[in-house]
Write a protein that binds this ligand. Sequence first.
Ligand SMILES: [Zn+2]
Length: 373
Amino acid sequence: MLSAVDAHGEAVVLAGPQAKALATRLKEIPHFCPQCESPVIVKAGEINIPHFAHVSSTSCDSFSEPESPRHLAGKSDLFQWITKTAEAQMEARLPDQSQRPDILTGRIAVEYQCSSIPASLFKERTDKYTAKNLTPFWIYGGKAVERKGTYIKLSPFQRLFLRYNAQLGFYFISYCPDRKMFTIFEHIMPLTPSLCTASCRFAKVEDMTFPPSIPFKAAAPFPLQAFFDEKRRWIDQSLYFQQGRSHPFFKAVYASRRNPYLLPEFVGLPVPSGMSIRSHPIEWQFYLLAEQHKRPVEDIIRSRIKAGHLKEQPLPLAPDVTPEAAAAEYMALINELGISNATADSSTMFHKLQKEEQFVKVFGEKLTSRLMF
Ligand SMILES: [Zn+2]
């Protein structure tokens, strides 16, 4: 923790360029935890930035110690960043004591999250802030986003931080205290359940405004041909690694005497809300087309998730982006494209590749314009 109170109840924050000198000065003076009121001491070692720690290890509910050096350093940087232009409270206590944001500024509760927490806890904290009329501002502080060529790989935990904005599309903000730098990924679109396209920018903490304003940059066109190539690779890998025949999607395809490689090009298309489903679009779109005459598409997708055939990706910061929305967007898309024959499979791989190429030519622009923001 970076904040404490002295014997007179005065708040002290260890952050900023003078933090080290301040820590030395405060070492001999008794301080207390603002939350549980038990004594705390100043720690200023080599690894960690100066901070307070409870004297006895008896647990204090609101501080899960020890905080990692990275968390402490990031929190200190972010506090300095915000207080350059706004009033802020380090490790603020909310009136009902139920939550303690890392930093509270106005109605914004900043959470700098380095360690992985369950999606349910992330959502619970987000909802509690929202219920108190506070806007949670989650900043990712974990290990760097993995890159694969020109694509990125986002883990399910990293995806919890995704926000959606008409200009930036899906975006993701992380902060690294070692480099004093924000990394912003924007226009993020999934290519497969693990790979995404995105454009990336870096911003030094001193160059970033608070609240952050990110200048608009036009998105690069979505690579539809690459999307089709990755779809083929995904089928290859799924059949190779996951015993395709026990996989509910491949089982369903084979049961209808079809070949997953030769399904029509429009089975498995990108749609914006597809971000909320961590299964390949070919899977859920196949189910939708197969059952749409029997029940509403929203029911199909939800029951497949319940059955464990599809994986939902919770997006607590983009609550309108849901599997149901994805299903509706897809049906609207193929309606707009004027596609009706859902069983127009190709006869050979060569035929399929030709049809894909044709599809990109005819529909590419229309389709990607629906993805762009
Ligand atoms: Zn305490």
